[in-house]
Design a protein around this ligand. Structure first.
Ligand code: DGL
Length: 271
């Protein structure tokens, strides 16, 4: 079985990492990163939608099914249309983990950070509406985090990254919040920065920083088992083929910083 993963860039690796390392995903994986057009979140919606369709077309043509849309922006823009167009393909989408935060039943607020496209699309607004937590949720774009997470030198840029995170968090009274939901798959790659900044602001804060990687991975495994006719799920060597839409050596090096290169066999190719 060929399992497709799709993101504008590196962000989907936060989902892939969870799926491989904690859920034992062991199918052949084809990870398509749209290095040519990243970042999506600040671009024209119609343009982004068109490039997403081209990329998904590619994954479908090489035989991927299921396909994980490991990108909140792409999910909020067009997952319904993708499902309408490719009726034989199982798509697993990515949504900010607001439900997880709401289910914790803490009587505090939830801050959702995502790309500019995600925070204004009705998919997220409907989700919040349906959970009846509109008055408890604050939404903020944090697009620059996508560029920071992609940067090969992001470890050396800690101060700059932390200052950016701080400039967003300081707009809120963090005492009132129980959760920060990372609603873009790039952001969990900087989760440690969030905890450092929160501690700096006030060491007594008990905010949890959460993302949707676990939920998406669980959903993926359930779907793989269903497509496989519930055969026993074997854990064996993983092979990940990373497909880029434009040459990018830094991307390749950054991939190896994120995924365990001892345990995973990589192959890279250009679309
Ligand atoms: N990782 C993506 C997301 O979850 C895309 C970010 C971007 O390209 O702006 O939204």
């Amino acid at each position: 079985m060929k399992v497709g993963f799709f993101d504008s860039g590196l962000g989907g690796l936060s989902v892939l990492k969870e799926a491989i390392e904690n859920e034992g995903l062991s199918e052949d994986i084809y990870y398509l990163a749209d290095t040519k057009n990243t970042p999506y979140g600040v671009k024209d919606e119609r343009f982004v939608r068109d490039v997403i369709f081209n990329n998904i077309d590619y994954l479908v043509k090489i035989g991927c099914n299921p396909i994980v849309i490991a990108c909140n922006t792409a999910t909020s823009l067009c997952i319904n249309e993708l499902r309408e167009k490719y009726t034989d393909i199982v798509f697993i989408g990515t949504e900010p983990a607001v439900k997880v935060a709401a289910d914790s039943k803490q009587n505090k607020k939830i801050l959702v950070l995502a790309t500019s496209i995600t925070v204004k699309r009705e998919k997220l607004l409907n989700l919040i509406d349906n959970l009846h937590i509109k008055d408890k949720v604050e939404l903020s774009p944090a697009d620059k985090l996508v560029l920071f997470a992609e940067n090969i030198d992001c470890k050396d840029m800690e101060l700059e990254i932390n200052n950016y995170i701080k400039s967003i968090l300081m707009q809120y009274n963090l005492d009132e919040f129980s959760h920060i939901v990372l609603g873009c798959t790039h952001f969990p790659l900087l989760k440690d920065n969030f905890y450092k900044v929160i501690k700096e602001i006030n060491p007594n804060l008990t905010i949890q920083v959460i993302d949707g990687a676990k939920g998406i991975s669980n959903n993926l495994i359930v779907n793989i088992n269903r497509l496989n006719g519930n055969k026993t799920y074997l854990k064996n060597t993983k092979k990940v083929t990373i497909i880029l839409t434009s040459k990018n050596q830094d991307f390749i090096a950054r991939t190896k910083q994120i995924l365990d290169k001892e345990k995973i066999k990589f192959e890279y190719k250009l679309q």
